[in-house]
Design a protein around this ligand. Structure first.
Ligand SMILES: Cc1cc2nc3c(=O)[nH]c(=O)nc-3n(C[C@H](O)[C@H](O)[C@H](O)COP(=O)(O)O)c2cc1C
Length: 335
C-alpha cells in the first residue's frame, strides 16, 4: 500500500496547516509537530492534542525518553482519537539533547525499545519511530541496523528514516537539515536487510517524480519543507497515486473550501492570524503569491477581530484575482 506523508515540523504542522493539507488531499498521512511528554503531562493537554476530525489519518509525534511518561501520553493520544503514535528520535536541537531525547537516543536502542513497547502496550495503537541514519561518531551501518533490529523486536513495524546523520555539536538544527549529505542508499540497504518492515524515506524530496522513484524502493515517502513551502503540490496526490478524484482543482477552490473552517475557528475564539499564517504558501510560485501573503500577514490581519477575519480572507482572494488579471492583461498587450 502506497503511503505518502507530511513530516512533523515544529511551529509548522499545527492543526491549521494540517487542515490546509487535508483540504488538498484525503490520502496523505499527517503528523503533528513534536509534543514532548512533559508538555503533555503537565501542560494544556486538551489544546495540545486538539485536531479536526477530517485530519484522519493522523499521528501524534511525541518527544521523550521515559517509558512510563510516554505510556501515559500514548493513552491520552488514544483517548483523543489519534491513529498512530510516533516517537521523535531524529531531532538534534540542544534543548532536546538536554532533555535526553531526540537523535541522541539512537545511541540507546534498548531504551527506545522500552519506550516503543510501553507506548504500544498502553495504547494499543500502531507505533512508529522517526530517526536518522546516525549521529556524531555513531554513524556506521551496523549501529543503524542494530538500532532498527532492537526496536523491531518490540513489534514496531514502521520506521521513518531521515536519510542524513546529525551532528550534535557544531551544527544548528537548521544546518543539521541541510549540511550532512543525504544518503538514500543507506536507507535502501535497511529496506533490503529488513524487507518485512515498513520503511519510509525522508529528506530533500521535492517532487512527485522523486516520490515515484523512491516508492520503487521504499514503502512510504515523507515530505517536510516542500509541503510547507508549496502545499499545493498535494492537490493532485490523490489522482496521481491513488486514482481518486482530487478534492480541489485550483488554489482558489482550496481557498474557498477553507472559509467555513476559518469561520468556525474564529467563532471558537481562535485568532485570525494564528489560523491563516500557515496558509501563506498556497499561492507559492504563481501570480498573486505576494498579494495573498501580504494580505494574510499584514497589520490588518494581525489586528483584526473575529468579525474582520473573513473579510480579510476574501480580500486576499480578490487581490490575487486582480493581480492575476492585471498580469494577464499586460501579457496580452505585449503579444
Ligand atoms: C521547521 C522545522 C521543524 C521541524 N520539526 C520537527 C519535529 O517536530 N519533529 C521531527 O521529527 N522532525 C522535525 N523536523 C524535521 C522534518 O520532519 C524532516 O525530517 C526534515 O525537514 C527533512 O525532510 P524535508 O527535507 O522533506 O524537509 C522539522 C523540520 C523543520 C524544517
Amino acid at each position: 500500500m502506497i503511503r505518502i506523508s507530511v513530516a512533523p515540523m515544529m511551529d509548522r504542522t499545527d492543526r491549521h496547516f494540517r487542515f490546509l493539507i487535508r483540504t488538498l488531499s484525503r490520502r496523505v498521512r499527517l503528523y503533528t509537530e513534536m509534543i514532548t511528554a512533559p508538555a503533555l503531562l503537565h501542560g494544556d493537554a486538551r489544546r495540545l492534542l486538539r485536531f479536526h476530525p477530517l485530519e484522519h489519518p493522523i499521528a501524534l509525534q511525541l518527544g521523550g525518553s521515559e517509558p512510563e511518561d510516554l505510556a501515559r501520553c500514548a493513552v491520552m493520544a488514544r483517548e483523543a482519537g489519534y491513529d498512530e503514535i510516533n516517537l521523535n528520535v531524529g531531532c538534534p536541537s540542544e534543548r532536546v539533547q538536554s532533555g535526553s531525547f531526540g537523535v541522541c537516543l539512537m545511541g540507546e536502542p534498548q531504551r527506545v525499545a522500552e519506550c516503543m513497547r510501553a507506548m504500544a502496550d498502553a495504547s494499543g495503537l500502531p507505533v512508529s519511530v522517526k530517526h536518522r541514519i546516525g549521529f556524531d561518531d555513531h554513524d556506521s551501518y551496523d549501529e543503524l541496523a542494530r538500532f532498527v533490529e532492537t526496536i523491531a523486536q518490540t513489534g514496531c513495524r514502521h520506521f521513518i528514516v531521515h536519510a542524513r546523520k546529525a551532528w550534535l555539536k557544531g551544527l544548528s538544527p537548521k544546518e543539521n537539515r541541510e549540511k550532512p549529505p543525504l544518503r538514500y542508499n543507506v536507507v535502501a540497504r535497511l529496506k533490503r536487510d529488513f524487507p518485512d518492515l515498513d520503511i519510509a524515506v525522508n529528506g530533500g524530496i521535492k517532487t512527485w517524480e522523486e516520490t515515484e522513484n523512491h516508492l520503487r524502493t521504499f514503502d512510504e515517502v515523507m515530505i517536510g519543507r516542500q509541503a510547507y513551502d508549496s502545499p499545493f503540490l498535494f492537490a493532485d496526490l490523490d489522482s496521481r497515486f491513488f486514482g481518486d478524484v482530487d478534492p480541489v482543482r485550483t488554489r482558489e477552490e482550496a481557498a474557498l473550501a477553507l472559509i467555513p473552517y476559518v469561520k468556525s475557528e474564529l467563532e471558537q475564539g481562535e485568532r485570525f492570524s494564528s489560523i491563516v499564517r500557515h496558509f501563506t504558501g498556497l499561492y507559492a510560485g504563481v501570480r498573486g503569491a505576494k498579494a495573498w501573503r501580504q494580505t494574510l500577514c499584514g497589520d490588518a490581519a494581525r489586528n483584526c477581530g473575529a468579525d474582520g477575519g473573513i473579510k480579510i480572507f476574501e480580500k486576499a482572494l480578490s487581490e490575487v484575482a486582480r493581480e492575476t488579471a492585471r498580469t494577464s492583461n499586460f501579457s496580452e498587450q505585449l503579444t
